[in-house]
Ligand binder design. Structure first.
Ligand SMILES: *[C@@H]1O[C@H](CO)[C@@H](O)[C@H](O)[C@H]1NC(C)=O
Ligand SMILES: *[C@@H]1O[C@H](CO)[C@@H](O)[C@H](O)[C@H]1NC(C)=O
Ligand SMILES: *[C@@H]1O[C@H](CO)[C@@H](O)[C@H](O)[C@H]1NC(C)=O
Ligand SMILES: *[C@@H]1O[C@H](CO)[C@@H](O)[C@H](O)[C@H]1NC(C)=O
Ligand SMILES: *[C@@H]1O[C@H](CO)[C@@H](O)[C@H](O)[C@H]1NC(C)=O
Length: 505
């Protein structure tokens, strides 16, 4: 095996061939060169901007980064045989051998025309939920069951590349120094993507879509904002070799984005639309609501991460959390109020998280994915959650970040499970209606059209704009917090319409 090259934007970068354990690939692609590479890559020309929401300034060039990528075999059966995928680690800014910051990703290739297929970036909610949950519970080529890993008829990897990221650092299989807020973690995602596209350069031109839910309602608008700002900086600076990321649209399910709308509407969902709380608990919680809303209002007077800002948000978080989680639901599972959960721990009603823990402790899986022995997977990282709690990040509203994005042509889809009380639809619909965008008037006036047929009661679609819309809201009748798990075929159909920008009817 001679020298291997990864094609960068304009120069070929020689990679160290120190520990190549190349396996035969059935594909003829430059990716072959990556398999089994453990490299510190010299990237003399990689430069981009250190960005703090608007203020773009040149950052010192990260000259080298760690990458260790494998091509896993035999751990993910698809309907077409062994799924074609790449997995591994990319070192982020600040990463050293002594103090690592390494992001784990798993790229599931599209079955059809992978080199040109759109690329969907996805991560988990939480904060601290593994980004592997979406592919392995509902939308990847294979999914987990109580005892097994089986092929998935409802995969979105038929036509799209799915790039699952354990984000932020500390989540799932990613390891090292953590961040404590969504803004900083979005800068990490941009750093990851730049390095990812240097390693997979042929994918950089492809349509790029970001997908997530729940705490993704914090991550996605932040990540999209960083990408958009960096793309603008790249476009106006010919001396940079940072890669333009072809960000086209966003797909968000049941998000936590606007804390005010969330809590204004939560008890309406718990107490009026459904019986998540009984009458007595509702009375108690309604009495506490004004304090929660006041504390959010107070926290909104701060921006940034000063001690007083963090303290104000923590106070709001504590008060409001009691309303959401402090009452007895008498067995109703908040993530899907049509499901009853007899056990104390409602996570027992979401066994998928246990299945993920099982899968990512299987020695064969860990070996194929190239996971170092000191990494101990958890589907939900309490440590990441604790870091974000320090800044009260959940109380930072992110919905307004959609306004400039929408105005600049980034399309935004919300597809919402109607049975979810965790991020309940009335709060989501409320903030969407209030967004000041070129689409606001039309969005307010549009009707909710039954879909996929005019007689269907499966979902309604409210879309503004050509094709599948610039700003679209879909309510899925039988979906909970994870609509893709409850209605996998419907959600696949929704995503194919959305990404191909096809009209709904
Ligand atoms: C999974 O395995 C357990 C114990 O081995 C068994 O009791 C259970 O029936 C199995 N479940 C399915 C769906 O096969
Ligand atoms: C790269 O990963 C493999 C496992 O896939 C591991 O054996 C090797 O030590 C790693 N190399 C480096 C430099 O981390
Ligand atoms: C991994 O973490 C789990 C729970 O978080 C714990 O029970 C287990 O002992 C840990 N395993 C190792 C090898 O540290
Ligand atoms: C959040 O992280 C930053 C950077 O590591 C650190 O300076 C800051 O003190 C942390 N904030 C809190 C509240 O721990
Ligand atoms: C709406 O989306 C289309 C793509 O379907 C795009 O061409 C257009 O610029 C967007 N409209 C606005 C006002 O951003």
């Amino acid at each position: 095996m001679g020298k291997l090259y990864v094609q960068a934007t304009n120069t070929a970068i020689p990679l160290s061939t120190a520990s190549i354990v190349a396996r035969k690939s059935t594909r003829t692609s430059t990716l072959l060169a990556l398999v089994g590479l453990a490299v510190f890559t010299a990237l003399a020309s990689l430069r981009y901007y250190s960005l703090h929401f608007g203020a773009a300034s040149r950052s010192p060039t990260p000259l080298k980064f760690y990458a260790n990528i494998t091509q896993p075999r035999g751990i993910c059966p698809s309907v077409r045989g062994d799924a074609s995928s790449y997995a591994g680690y990319i070192g982020l800014a600040g990463d050293t051998e002594e103090s690592p910051r390494r992001s784990f990703f798993w790229l599931f290739e599209a079955e059809e025309d992978a080199p040109n297929a759109p690329i969907i970036l996805t991560f988990g909610g939480g904060p601290g939920t593994t980004g592997m949950s979406r592919p392995l519970t509902s939308q990847g080529p294979c999914i987990l069951t109580a005892n097994d890993t089986i092929s998935n008829p409802d995969r979105i990897t038929q036509h799209y590349n799915l790039l699952a990221l354990d984000h932020p650092i500390g989540t799932g299989l990613s390891y090292g120094l953590k961040v404590n807020n969504s803004r900083d973690s979005a800068v990490d995602v941009y750093d990851f993507l730049q390095k990812f596209f240097l390693l997979f350069p042929h994918l950089a031109k492809n349509q790029f879509v970001i997908l997530g839910g729940s705490y993704g309602g914090k991550y996605i608008p932040n990540v999209a904002t960083v990408i958009q700002a960096q793309n603008e900086a790249v476009a106006s600076d010919e001396s940079t070799s940072a890669v333009h990321i072809n960000l086209e649209s966003l797909m968000i399910s049941n998000p936590s984005s606007d804390p005010i709308a969330h809590y204004r509407w939560l008890l309406y969902f718990y107490c009026e639309l459904h019986t998540v709380y009984d009458a007595e608990t509702c009375t108690e919680m309604y009495a506490k609501l004004p304090e929660c809303l006041d504390l959010i209002d107070t926290s909104l007077q701060y921006t940034g991460f000063s001690d007083s800002a963090n303290a104000a948000r923590r106070a709001a978080r504590e008060s409001c959390s009691y309303i959401a989680w402090g009452g007895d639901t008498h067995g109703v599972m908040v993530e899907n109020v049509h499901t009853r959960c007899d056990e104390e721990n409602t996570l027992d009603c979401l066994p998928q998280f246990k299945w993920l823990d099982r899968y990512f402790h299987d020695p064969a899986v860990l070996r194929e994915l190239g996971i170092p022995p000191f990494v101990n997977f958890t589907a939900l990282s309490d440590d990441v959650e604790a870091e974000f709690a320090k800044t009260g990040d959940v109380m930072i509203p992110t919905h307004h970040l959609y306004e400039p994005l929408l105005a600049k042509g980034i399309r935004v889809l919300h597809f919402i499970g109607a049975l979810d009380g965790n991020c309940a639809w009335p709060g989501v619909f409320s903030f969407l209606k209030l967004l000041k965008t070129p689409f606001q008037q039309e969005f307010l006036q549009a009707s909710d059209v039954p879909w996929p047929t005019p007689e269907s009661d499966a979902a309604t679609v409210r879309a503004v704009g050509d094709g599948a819309g610039n700003m679209t809201y879909i309510l899925i009748a039988n979906g909970g917090h994870f609509p893709q798990q409850d209605e996998p075929a419907l959600v696949k159909d929704i995503m194919e319409h959305w990404i191909n920008n096809r009209p709904w009817s």
